[in-house]
Design a protein around this ligand. Structure first.
Ligand code: FES
Ligand SMILES: [Fe+2]
Length: 381
């Protein structure tokens, strides 16, 4: 299904409020709770999903200029996303080809040359080995021509850098994104400005956490004292683009728009949006409004994950007041998601073993969750 304009999403949300239910899946889905605890299944998910499909590893604005990099570990792989001198974003395994030391520390930075701290081998922004001490002791230098950083397949689309975590893998990013690319394009992510402080929060199993990303049913309950005050619970629109999902939430203000031309609606006021980029990124926000990107890092065990939240402004953060406003927003979302969503996921991981494999059930109102588990099953079969 092609991505429809956001005015269409808004009209569907109003219709859902009026009919007292959201978009519905054809049926329910039952799922054994062992799917959240089985270490062998988790290992297959890491190998068949996280190491094989394109992952949204950074936004374009995280590495805007030549030499800008972002380094972190994901699914047991140390990576560094670097903007080359030629303007191209590349992703490398963050491991020196001499003996494996990381060539940059985890975090964001800028470096036209990456110098390994162990024996000072030097790599440029294209990953090429361009210098090493006592090079004559390593034989003919031409033999070292293939000793550049291991490059991971990378492509940049709609303000996002995508990579596959396996060197030499093939990647067709346009096919992988399908019509989600058009949906993401509407977010204008290439126009946002990063807030430099990020949030790192512990959570439980990655699929339990992703279930929360894709859950429009809990807002009025788990978040009754904050997000639930502004939304009409459980009246969601679901746009499924392969494994990816655009999830619409109706805000209470939407009912006042009835009878008004949709072109006059203040869309960010009447609805909220989440774009779930399978398997591990949730983008919460709309054109013209502050946006949060949550990156879910699975592991180290089946019952653990970390969520890292990145906040972006729609205007330059060029004054202390603007930075302070973003910092206030960052802390608010850290508290809501940390204390409510992820603490609940951690609790769920504590209770599931006692359920001894009994089923969970996803309702017809939980299309996104059903889609997630269908795709996980397909990709790990
Ligand atoms: S491990 Fe990097 S220079 Fe030796
Ligand atoms: Fe939530």
């Amino acid at each position: 299904m092609a991505a429809t304009p956001l005015t269409d999403v808004a009209q569907r949300l109003l219709a859902n409020v009026e009919q007292d239910h959201g978009d519905l899946a054809p049926g329910i889905m039952r799922l054994p709770t062992t799917n959240y605890t089985d270490p062998a299944m988790y290992q297959r998910e890491i190998e068949q999903i996280f190491h094989k499909v394109p992952l949204a590893v950074a936004l374009t604005v995280d590495v805007p200029n030549a030499g800008d990099y972002l380094a972190y570990d994901i699914a047991g792989r140390a990576i560094v996303v670097v903007r080359g001198d030629d303007g191209v974003a590349r992703t490398f395994v963050n491991a020196c080809r001499h003996r494996g030391a990381p060539v940059v520390c985890n975090g964001a930075g800028t470096a036209r040359r990456m110098t390994c701290p162990y024996h000072a081998w030097v790599f440029d922004t294209k990953g090429s080995l361009v210098g090493l001490p006592q090079r004559e002791q390593f034989g003919d230098i031409s033999d070292l021509g293939d000793m550049g950083l291991l490059e991971l397949p990378t492509a940049e689309r709609v303000g996002i850098v995508f990579s596959v975590l396996t060197p030499g893998a093939t990647m067709d990013i346009d096919e992988w994104l399908g019509d989600m690319q058009g949906a993401l394009e509407l977010l204008e992510l290439e126009k946002v400005y990063p807030h430099t402080t990020t949030t790192s929060l512990p959570s439980g199993n990655w699929k339990s956490t992703a279930d929360g990303y894709l859950d429009g049913y809990h807002i009025g309950f788990l978040h009754s004292s904050n997000l639930g005050l502004k939304q009409v619970n459980n009246r969601n629109t679901w746009d499924l683009f392969g494994p990816h999902v655009r999830l619409g939430f109706a805000n209470k203000t939407i009912v006042a728009q009835k009878g008004q031309p949709v072109e006059t609606w203040d869309l960010p006021d009447v609805m909220s949006l989440v774009h779930y980029v399978f398997p591990n990124v949730s983008i919460s926000g709309q054109p013209g409004r502050a946006t949060m990107v949550s990156r879910l890092l699975p592991g180290p065990s089946v019952s653990e994950a970390t969520v890292v939240q990145f906040h972006y402004s729609r205007e330059p953060l060029d004054s202390p007041d603007k930075v302070q406003a973003m910092e206030t927003r960052r802390k608010l979302y850290a508290a809501i998601t940390g204390d409510e969503d992820f603490d609940t996921v951690i609790d769920i991981n504590r209770t599931i073993p006692g359920m001894c494999g009994a089923d969970f059930v996803f309702g017809r109102n939980e299309s996104g969750n059903q889609n997630l588990h269908t795709w996980v099953a397909t990709l790990t079969a």
